[in-house]
Ligand binder design. Structure first.
Ligand SMILES: [Zn+2]
Length: 273
């Protein structure tokens, strides 16, 4: 999965640091595309020394490399560097830096969506003690937003419920959906499976979680069993495909970044789920 980078480590603990020349720079443009260089399938980042701008904020470290976000600059010109969408990064790059890009995207999206105070409209300031934005006028504090969502492997005998979304990502997936306010994860699992496919489930059991970030989300993976008499009634506004697929017939995603793919692969390989 994207976060499985051991023995490397992404340290995202908050620190109020100033950049030095060798630190790496995250630059997103207004369309949410990130500036990267490419060396084979490896990712290269601009350096802080290569841009003359103010307004850098420390994001995290990947092993010994420190990453800063440029809050105001959204252009960068250097031979071999282009602006890539997060989906292009997912499809065309590999390595631990993909995890850094996804995490940086989530942080950039939060910073860029929170320029003004939602209570009084004043311009927010960076807090120097924690990852937060603070309104100098009314004292409102805004913490990073993380949207919880479940990924569900629904099992029926020797088959699993495979879906494909109507829009967006086109490869095989599992049932997925965001948690509503006032709901447990297990209730989200039962509700989303019912809404998207009409299937009633039982024996809901936790598998693993995954920071994802493409939708400012954290994914929580569960397996569960379909009630034996369940028939699929697909929600055609969300899905274009929902079928029971036998282990040996499961077609996996093109890479192993996602929790969804790991959950499909484990079932395909006959692991205990
Ligand atoms: Zn305010």
């Amino acid at each position: 999965m994207i976060q499985d980078i051991f023995p490397s480590r992404l340290d995202n603990s908050f620190k109020n640091l100033s950049p030095v020349d060798e630190d790496l720079l995250i630059i997103f443009n207004s369309e949410g595309r990130i500036c990267l260089g490419k060396s084979g399938t490896d990712i290269l980042f601009p350096k802080c020394s290569e841009i003359k701008a103010a307004g850098f904020v420390y994001l995290f470290s990947l092993d010994e490399k420190r990453f800063f976000l440029s809050l105001h600059e959204d252009t960068f010109e250097k031979e071999g560097f282009l602006f890539y969408s997060i989906r292009e990064v997912r499809d065309h790059f590999s390595g631990k830096e993909v995890y850094a890009v996804f995490t940086a995207y989530h942080l950039w999206k939060w910073y860029s969506d929170n320029v003004f105070c939602g209570k009084c409209g004043d311009i927010l300031e960076l807090d120097d003690k924690e990852r937060a934005l603070r309104c100098p006028k009314c004292g409102n504090i805004i913490y990073p937003r993380i949207n919880p969502a479940v990924i569900v492997g629904v099992i029926k005998g020797d088959s699993i419920l495979i879906t494909r979304y109507r829009a967006g990502y086109s490869h095989n997936a599992l049932v997925a959906g965001f948690t509503e306010i006032g709901e447990t994860f297990e209730e989200t699992v039962a509700r989303e499976v019912m809404e998207e496919t009409g299937v009633k489930v039982k024996n809901i059991r936790y598998y693993k979680s995954q920071p994802w970030g493409m939708a400012q989300d954290i994914l929580v993976g569960y397996y569960c069993d379909a009630e034996p008499d369940s028939e699929i009634r697909m929600d055609e506004s969300e899905l274009k495909y929902a079928e029971w697929v036998k282990r040996e017939d499961i077609v996996l995603q093109p890479n192993n970044l996602s929790l969804t793919n790991e959950m499909m692969r484990r079932f395909k390989e006959g692991c205990e789920v």
